[in-house]
Design a binder for this molecule. Structure first.
Ligand code: IVH
Length: 675
């Protein structure tokens, strides 16, 4: 075939498929059958493969996700996956010891101490000594089957070194080591991509990826800490660990049997600072009663075992000096003071800066230039100044004054929110605000365009390729190939090569299939975090419904308060934002929830009344689940009601009425089992 003819044929197919995709996503319309759509797609893919010179990363054939993203199957845990109750002090430990000794022979109590690895809990099943399935913790009762991803863990045996033929379940913690995490981020930095935030979230996000070849690049590891199946031969937890090791599991050598609570405390002190030298992140110690028959006697509460407890280390505190206080502008225009510190090692990493949040925080601490301060790593990630050491202060020091103009564009700042936060109102032209909004839009919980990093975004903005997030969807290969931009490290210049350009374009294209709630979160509406975005999208179903909703309708949504409702109404009454949304719509993004047909007919024609608060669902979510499974919802109890789902704090009157009517009262867990 003539080259021009082929080129033209490819163009026609792409335009047609783009047109149908847009119709489908924008207007919920299908004007051709799935079969015809698939035929066209197949023809396009064949042509692109035969004539690779015409391949283009923005082609609809590259688009993944949406309809073809498969979800993980969920399975019920054979035994509920509980969590541990936490303690922070020696007194709490003494109380735990006393509680244990009240129930079991106090002269026979032994504990096993282990490190508490900071990762993701896994339940792994083996059938006839062969790996069968790996589940996440999920809601404790049901977990996601992430077997394909767990199989990429090299230290996890596929076949057990066991003489007997056994079916086993073990539990453990999947994690990314500190050294691997560093390598992963170095690689990301080189490519100018968004960095991972911390090893735990990276491990958790990686295990939920659909592409296991990508997961295997993350080099996830796993420590096993418990054996769930026991024929009765093994009598102690310590022996379980030895046995697990002998059949091929990765059990760290750091555990220790302790004869009494004093030895437990010594173990805790021993690891308090040494844990930073380990390659795995740990946030505490787990203390377990050693004898398995005693564990059985002690049993569990509905949330945690009575035979085990976690001792969590307090955040490490150190003294350093404030060398400077600078101001940063965020995506909302809020100006945040940041203390530049004499570098100091804390929690295993070097800290050079700490956020001071706002005016009030500076006033509360009365922190001044050159002050000596105590700093802590809150949640082990973001360092904060906890206090100023006044005795060490220079006598001539002056109160530190908050800036009155924007450190980036020079605009006069406006103070709102009870004098606490200063805002730069130059919304459209203040560069950190513009890039901050794009960075938020592409972040993991929003559109997840992971092949774009902050420096590349700044480069795009400086070169006038983008100004608002919607512009990302108009970028073409020729706009960015060989584009040069300055890196933060002085003097360095980066230029985009073919591979990076293609990766960026594919990652932008892929983002079009992100659910509506991600997009809503990505818009960066003040006070609308991920969960609120999910609640709004669940309730209103589409951006148009939210735009048209009154303040009263928004505040009427479960768990949405005045502050959020005000912010949402204000956002959608701004013409610039509406234009932006139109452009996102035009780019083919999902601005409404996917139309999901009934998941099942398990609840067909059954009428439910719900009351109280639920652990696993919001009210909107539980209502959706009922409808999706064929059931109906009624606001009040009547003789027609089949079930009353009772949550926490259900009104006593409802209970009495249901009993009078003979309506079955079921718990949230019963409901989950029904569906
Ligand atoms: S034993 C009731 N041992 O901590 C569960 N858990 O809140 C008994 N964890 O997500 C678990 N290291 O995955 C146990 N050495 C260890 C652990 C450990 C980390 C995690 C566990 C769970 C959480 C419990």
């Amino acid at each position: 075939m003539d080259r021009d003819l082929i080129k033209n044929k490819i163009k026609v197919l792409r335009d047609e498929l783009d047109f149908h995709n847009k119709l489908y996503y924008d207007e919920n319309k299908n004007i051709i059958s799935d079969y015809e759509y698939d035929l066209k797609m197949k023809e396009l893919i064949t042509l692109e493969e035969t004539y690779p010179e015409f391949k283009n990363k923005t082609s609809p054939s590259v688009k993944v996700g949406g309809k073809i993203t498969k979800e993980f199957n969920s399975f019920k845990h054979e035994e509920k996956m509980l969590s541990l109750s936490n303690t922070y002090s020696d007194e709490d430990l003494n109380d735990f010891d006393k509680r244990v000794k009240k129930i079991i022979d106090k002269n026979d109590v032994e504990y096993v101490c282990e490190l508490k690895y900071d990762g993701i809990a896994l339940s792994i099943q083996y059938e006839n000594n062969i790996f069968r399935r790996a589940l996440t913790r999920g809601d404790g009762n049901y977990g996601d089957d992430i077997s394909n991803n767990v199989l990429t863990i090299k230290t996890l045996p596929i076949k057990l070194k066991n003489n007997e033929i056994l079916n086993l379940e073990v539990r453990g913690e999947a994690f990314i080591s500190k050294s691997n995490f560093k390598l992963l981020n170095e690689e990301k930095k080189l490519k100018g991509e968004q960095l991972f935030s911390n090893p735990r979230n990276t491990a958790s996000g990686s295990l939920k990826l659909q592409d296991s070849s990508e997961v295997s690049k993350r080099k996830i590891n796993c420590y096993i800490y418990s054996l769930k199946t026991n024929s009765g031969i093994i009598s102690t937890h310590e022996k379980c660990l030895d046995y697990l090791k002998s059949i091929g599991f990765n059990v760290p050598e750091t555990y220790k049997k302790c004869k009494n609570i004093k030895e437990v405390k010594n173990y805790i002190r021993y690891w308090e600072s040494r844990r930073y030298d380990l390659d795995v992140e740990t946030d505490g110690i787990v203390i377990k009663v050693n004898k398995l028959n005693y564990q059985k006697v002690l049993g569990n509460t509905s949330k945690s075992p009575r035979w085990a407890i976690a001792y969590k280390y307090k955040a490490e505190s150190k003294v350093t000096r404030v060398r400077d206080i600078i101001f940063q502008v965020g995506r909302t225009g809020a100006v945040t003071p940041v203390a530049m510190l004499d570098p100091i090692s804390i929690g295993g990493s070097i800290v050079k800066r700490a956020s001071l949040h706002n005016h009030n925080e500076i006033m509360r601490l009365d922190v001044r230039l050159n002050d000596y301060v105590n700093i802590e790593k809150g949640g082990e990630i973001i360092p904060k100044i906890t206090s100023v050491i006044r005795e060490k202060r220079n006598k001539n020091s002056k109160k530190f004054l908050f800036t009155t103009s924007c450190p980036s564009c020079g605009s006069k700042l406006e103070i709102t929110d009870n004098q606490a936060v200063s805002y730069c109102k130059n919304y459209n032209d203040c560069k950190p605000q513009v890039s901050g909004r794009v960075e938020h839009f592409i972040s993991k919980n929003a559109m997840d365009i992971d092949k774009l990093g902050p420096e590349t975004i700044k480069g795009f903005i400086d070169n006038k390729i983008i100004k608002v997030p919607a512009d990302l969807y108009n970028i073409e290969y020729n706009d960015i190939i060989n584009l040069e931009f300055k890196l933060e490290e002085k003097g360095k210049v980066r230029s985009l090569k073919e591979k990076s350009c293609n990766n960026i374009l594919t990652s932008i294209e892929k983002s079009k299939s992100k659910p509506f709630s991600n997009l809503l979160f990505g818009l960066g509406i003040r006070f609308v975090g991920k969960t609120t975005a999910e609640k709004l999208s669940n309730h209103f179903k589409s951006i148009d419904n939210i735009i048209n909703a009154s303040y009263e309708e928004i505040i009427g949504v479960d768990e949405i308060g005045e502050k959020i409702a005000e912010s949402v109404t204000m956002f959608f009454s701004d013409e610039t934002n509406i234009t932006h949304i139109q452009n996102l719509k035009y780019a083919g993004l999902k601005l409404e929830e996917d139309r999901i047909s009934n998941l099942s007919n398990k609840l067909r024609d059954l009428i439910f009344v719900i009351s109280g608060k639920f652990l696993n669902f919001s009210r909107d979510e539980i209502q959706d689940k009922i409808k999706l499974n064929g059931g109906k919802i009624s606001k009040s109890l009547s003789s027609k009601t089949d079930f009353l789902i009772s949550g926490e704090n259900m009104g006593p009157k409802k209970k009495i009425k249901a009993e009078d009517l003979g309506t079955k009262i079921i718990s949230e867990d019963d409901f989950i089992s029904m569906i």
